[in-house]
Design a protein around this ligand. Structure first.
Ligand code: FES
Length: 189
């Protein structure tokens, strides 16, 4: 505090009859009160946030597309000559995989020549799975989840259930069509 303003302050105190110490104590108390108020505000904000967390989780679940609520229209996703045995490619179904990664699927041609397809959303925490031809497995890089490419079931790691199966049909021209998805896209059991 500068000398000039201190003098002015003492003059005003003289008018009110309060001592400098009294004034200082009031300031301190007010400061403590504000600090306590700020603390209380923080506490309230914290408990509001904590009480909203389950709703946030619940609403996130609603944002995940549930297969039952999706509309399936047949979509051409390739041709039987597109893939060599023991290889795979991705395709979007029922929507665009660029817009929603949970619409990304794997079309796999098994070593036997048979075609299968699965949604790529890992059932553990929703990372995207890939086909690894050298190990003939579907692999999730996030926590080393492993799925059997033959039927999409879990053979290793934390995923709790099989990958959703994309239903396929092959027409007389050899075109491959996705016609639906069996199972639930997303995490959980
Ligand atoms: S997200 Fe796939 S194993 Fe965890």
């Amino acid at each position: 505090m500068r000398l000039g303003s201190l003098r002015e302050r003492l003059r005003k105190l003289g008018e009110t009859g309060r001592s400098f110490t009294e004034e200082k104590l009031t300031e301190l108390k007010t400061g403590q009160l504000l600090t306590r108020r700020a603390f209380l505000k923080l506490m309230i904000a914290g408990s509001v946030a904590a009480s909203l967390t389950p709703f946030a989780i619940a609403s996130q679940r609603f944002l995940i597309p549930r297969v039952e609520s999706l509309e399936f229209v047949d979509k051409k996703i390739g041709h039987v000559d597109d893939l060599e045995p023991n290889s795979a490619k991705t395709f979007g179904y029922p929507g665009d995989e660029q817009e929603n990664p949970q619409y990304s699927n794997l079309l796999i041609r098994l070593k036997s020549g048979e075609y299968v397809a699965y949604n790529r959303t890992c059932t553990h925490l929703r990372c995207s799975v890939n086909y690894e031809a050298d190990r003939e497995r579907i692999f999730c890089p996030c926590h080393a989840g492993v799925y059997n490419p033959g039927d999409g079931t879990v053979v290793g790691g934390p995923p709790p259930r099989a990958l959703p199966l994309v239903e396929l049909k092959i027409d007389e021209n050899g075109d491959i069509w996705a016609t639906g998805i069996k199972g639930v896209i997303g995490r959980g059991r």
